[in-house]
Ligand binder design. Structure first.
Ligand code: FAD
Ligand code: NAP
Length: 314
């Protein structure tokens, strides 16, 4: 029986692994389907992890994390978890993709999330070289320059307002006249002098050269096109939360999730089920940053230690 099962080996899961093992838990396994490190390993440059200066990639940043955890006894099972269930005794069962399973007294889930792709030519080719899904991460690289934002929901409009503070101009490209976003956010966007609305338009192509993106061609509903010369294109067309491991056989979730599938937690990362914690990008109101994911992992680990201690020692 594991004291704690950690699902996902991104910044949140790895930090949970560090704090559980270093905090005295002896039997902790992190289940990660690929190499540990998480989605940040795709990033070519990190400027906002506290204390880290100089040119480093996401891979550089994450490289030492697994070794640091292993030093304190974290075990790593490189396998996909298909489902987490809880039996009548309140013990969690970790069902693995190979059909085997393990029991655990507590579970910390940090399986992350993934921004949806829009699906235009150049989107994948220039991802990380001008196409981005994270204004907090990449906005500063376009300080004083013009950028384009794709989408008409709350995220697109809020991120457009954020980018408008850093960039000289933001072109907000949306496929309709009406926005999905909250009316007061729409009003703020319309009143922002350096945001230009490009409506009834979808991205036709992002193009560039070896250095990265040089422009975005949009296609209007009437078939005409326009070239917008920008080095940065930010896409915000929704998000997929990796919550599948919490889905039960009857289609329900093991714990409460909101209407977008984000796991509902309190400020200590407790879910609605005792002994089950959700951390990082998959939880409600996640800032979707490495530093906050790591913070969540530490908070949940301390909770799990107390929970298991109480369960075992009373
Ligand atoms: P993730 O990093 O997504 O890790 C989840 C892990 O769970 C993955 O390793 C995955 O393989 C594993 N997993 C998923 N499902 C299963 C399963 N069923 N079984 C086993 N394992 C599973 N943040 C910053 O702070 N600064 C930046 O500059 C920055 N730049 C970014 C650039 C890019 C290109 C991207 C994509 C993201 C960037 N971010 C940045 C955001 C940051 O990467 C995330 O906020 C952070 O990685 C979230 O950590 P996490 O541990 O919650 O999830
Ligand atoms: P969203 O509400 O689903 O909006 C996605 C936007 O992208 C929509 O405007 C959609 O256009 C557009 N879009 C989708 N696919 C597209 C495509 N292939 N090509 C072009 N455009 C495309 O996603 P979100 O903005 O990430 O928000 C998700 C949820 O979180 C929402 O319910 C939102 O209210 C909430 N949220 C709330 C806050 C807040 O309260 N402060 C902040 C952020 C997010 P259409 O409108 O035409 O469908």
């Amino acid at each position: 029986m594991l004291d704690c099962a950690i699902i996902g080996g991104g910044p949140a899961g790895l930090t949970a692994g560090l704090y559980t093992t270093r905090g005295g838990m002896e039997n902790v396994t992190m289940f990660e389907k690929g190499m540990p490190g998480g989605q940040i390993t795709q990033s070519s440059e990190i400027e906002n992890y506290p204390g880290v200066t100089g040119d480093i990639t996401g891979m550089d940043l994450m490289m030492p994390w697994p070794e640091q955890c292993q030093k304190f006894g974290l075990k790593h099972d490189m396998i996909e978890v298909s489902r987490v269930t809880r039996n009548k005794e309140g013990v969690f069962v970790i069902h693995k993709a190979d059909g085997s399973s393990e029991e655990a007294l507590s579970v910390i889930v940090g399986t992350g999330s993934a921004p949806k792709r829009v699906g235009f030519p150049g989107e994948d080719e220039f991802f990380g070289r001008g196409v981005s899904t994270c204004a907090t991460c990449d906005g500063f690289f376009y300080k004083g320059k013009e950028v384009a934002v794709i989408g008409g929901g709350d995220t697109a409009l809020e991120e457009a307002l954020y980018l408008a503070k850093i960039c000289s101009k933001v072109y907000l490209v949306h496929r309709r006249e009406q926005f999905r976003s909250a009316p007061n956010t729409v009003e703020r966007v319309k009143n922002k002098e350096n945001i230009e609305l490009v409506l009834n338009a979808v991205p036709d192509e992002v193009y560039g050269d070896a250095m990265g993106v040089t422009g975005l061609r949009v296609k209007f509903n009437d078939g005409t096109t326009r070239d917008i010369e920008v080095p940065g294109v930010f896409t915000f067309v929704g998000n997929n939360v990796n919550n599948q491991v919490l889905r039960q056989a009857d289609g329900s979730f093991l714990c409460d999730v909101n209407e977008w599938g984000e796991v509902v937690v309190d400020i200590s990362m407790n879910t609605s089920v005792p002994g089950l914690y959700a951390v990082g990008d998959m939880r409600i109101a996640a800032p979707k940053q490495v530093v906050s994911a790591a913070g969540d992992g530490a908070v949940a680990a301390l909770q799990a230690i107390s929970y298991v201690d109480e369960k075992v020692n009373g």
